[in-house]
Design a protein around this ligand. Structure first.
Ligand SMILES: Cc1ncc(COP(=O)(O)O)c(C=O)c1O
Length: 472
């Protein structure tokens, strides 16, 4: 029988109550409320362990929520004016589930070319037929941004019959698409708009210049709460509207997610929601002002700064100096950053007011790290993005194609049988099913020689790649 408790209200309070009762655990997880530990476990970690619970009767079930999880998800939905579900496997599982809920095997989907690898993996394993949408490349910085309405219109005209549009907004760099215009257009065609908003969970305040896509007409939106809110890594959520088949979505979520969802992650999701909810207009204003102050001080210190539509993403353009070396200098004095590239570094700012003292201290350190950063080698590629047509098809692989391993040089002109991903940011440079061009090979060779982190087969590191043997 469930124990009686003093009016537990939130998910976190219920966990707190459970832990305070020092109950006997004859259930998983194997640390049994944190009692199976020894002195080698750091004490802070040991304190957290009892909260790592499981689906006991009064603790609800993520995959069939009707108690405290359902209540917490409803509170989340209220905040985002939608139906919402917690995700314990990151935005990755949200992207898989949005696609599985809306597009069936063999059907067409329009996809932004600079999508995260989770989108490409889902497309491959779900057997979907992608039409690639090239994003706009930002003038000056060369950074790929978002897809325009015109590109989507062209894709729908040239390749009709797609079942969904899958966009990323905001991007890693905080650039946001015109979701209102795009969703209005797609609404008239009854094509659902799915948005990977892994970096946009915090964009809810009505006075923001651009808000989360869920307020702008998207059908489903996935957000990594753990990226921009105070949630534990892997904590994410999905928001969706009436045009999404809820039964299919729930089936996808319970198929792709673990059957043992982490109560720590879920507790942090409930906390992240309540943190966001508790931000007053004044708090929002102080946070934004302090971020703007930090950017101003960076500029005053002589840095060239790009801030996208999302005020929490700050890109420092380091050209002609080497951003990769700059980031090493930053790390050596205790500043760890989100991403470094040859000509820029990306800072993710916290969703809280940054104090004047912090800004002063940080700027001092950043200036120090910027000294003695070498100039970029003449022949290094700055921020390459594959040159493609605005809209194009990806060669759909069924899985029984004949594959051949070729040297990079020989592979030019063939269709790749594998994906190569520079990480971060996790956006494929070569997609399985994409034709290999001279440019792609040139940049790949450069990355390998520079020792850049690539997610790819071992043979790619020795300049070989698997291609499809095409029959003519
Ligand atoms: C744009 C984008 N989408 C999806 C993901 C995957 O998110 P998660 O790590 O929460 O699974 C990432 C992660 O970096 C991302 O940058």
């Amino acid at each position: 029988m469930a124990p009686s408790r003093k009016n537990p209200f939130t998910f976190l309070e219920t966990l707190e109550q459970h832990v305070s009762e020092h109950r006997v655990s004859f259930h998983v997880p194997g640390h049994h409320n944190g009692t199976v530990t020894d002195h080698t476990l750091p004490s802070a970690f040991a304190k957290v362990m009892p909260y790592d619970l499981t689906e006991l009767a009064h603790l609800d079930d993520l995959h069939d929520a009707s108690g405290i999880i359902d209540q917490a998800e409803k509170a989340l939905g209220k905040l985002y004016e939608s139906k919402s579900k917690w995700l314990v496997n990151g935005s990755t599982v949200g992207n898989w589930s949005m696609l599985a809920a809306t597009v069936k095997r063999g059907e067409r989907v329009y996809v932004q070319r600079n999508s995260h690898k989770s989108v490409w993996n889902a497309i491959e394993w779900l057997g979907l037929e992608p039409i690639l949408l090239t994003p706009t490349i930002e003038r000056g910085t060369g950074i790929p941004t978002v897809v325009t309405l015109e590109t989507i219109e062209q894709a729908v005209q040239e390749f009709p019959g797609g079942r969904a549009v899958m966009l990323t907004s905001p991007t890693y760099y905080g650039d946001m698409a015109d979701i209102r215009a795009i969703s209005n257009y797609l609404f008239s065609l009854e094509i659902p708009l799915l948005v990977d908003e892994a970096h946009g969970a915090h964009l809810i305040h009505p006075k923001l210049l651009q808000r989360s896509a869920i307020f702008e007409g998207a059908s489903a939106v996935v957000q990594s709460a753990h990226k921009t809110l105070p949630a534990l890594t892997m904590g994410a959520w999905i928001h969706y509207k009436e045009d999404i088949d809820e039964i299919r979505l729930k089936h996808a979520l319970s198929s792709f997610q673990t059957s043992s969802p982490s109560y720590l992650i879920m507790a942090s999701l409930d906390y992240a929601r309540s943190y966001l909810e508790s931000l007053t207009d004044e708090a929002w204003s102080s946070i934004q002002k302090s971020h703007a102050h930090f950017v101003l001080e960076l500029k005053r210190a002589g840095f060239t700064v790009k801030v996208g539509d999302d005020f929490t993403k700050v890109t420092v353009m380091t050209y002609p100096k080497n951003g990769l070396v700059f980031s090493e200098h930053l790390a050596s004095i205790g500043i760890d950053i989100e991403l470094a590239a040859v000509d820029h570094v990306l800072f993710c700012l916290p969703l809280r007011e940054i104090t004047k003292q912090e800004i002063e201290h940080w700027i001092k350190l950043i200036k120090k790290a910027a000294t003695h950063v070498p100039i970029i080698d003449e022949d290094e590629t700055i921020f390459p993005f594959p040159q493609t047509q605005r809209v194009s098809e990806l060669y759909t692989l069924i899985g029984n194609e004949q594959v051949q391993r070729l040297s990079f040089k020989q592979a030019i002109g063939f269709v790749s049988a594998e994906t190569v991903i520079p990480y971060p940011p996790g956006i494929p440079w070569i997609l399985k099913g994409e034709r290999i061009t001279e440019e792609k090979i040139r940049v790949l060779l450069e990355w390998i020689s520079l020792g850049r982190k690539l997610q790819a087969s071992k043979h790619v590191m020795i300049e070989q790649i698997d291609v499809i043997v095409e029959e003519f």
